[in-house]
Design a protein around this ligand. Sequence first.
Ligand SMILES: [Zn+2]
Length: 147
Amino acid sequence: MTPWMTTETGSQTVALKDNPPLVVTSVMPVCRLCKQNYPQSQFITGNGPRYQVCARCGVQHGLADPEDTPQLYSDEILNARLSLYTRRHLPWVSVLMGWILFLSIGRGIELWSGLFFGVLAISSLIIPVLHIMGKTRFLAELAKITP
Ligand SMILES: [Zn+2]
């Protein structure tokens, strides 16, 4: 949950409650090391060298432990999440592509059009069922790789 999401979806008072009073909701602070703007939640807390440093620079410069920065996904976790999402949604994409191909060029080819249509129709019926059946497992795996 990031502060700007609350600003857009919630009311102004909710957004102000979530942020420290010194931070204006529309202005995002700049990281001292990488000069990037981030929402306040992406900064590590502390004074001296840790002041105004984002979580990524904090970890890179040894100012913060990766365990102390749950807002930062490590590369491994990012890859794992990406491949999990890809595996989850690839069947939908392929069926959609299949239908687009079929509707644009796949019709009117003797024999093949019928086969193509049959495969598409069966996949379109099976994929939602598999999607619903795989939901619990997907959420379990996602929870495992969410810090
Ligand atoms: Zn930074």
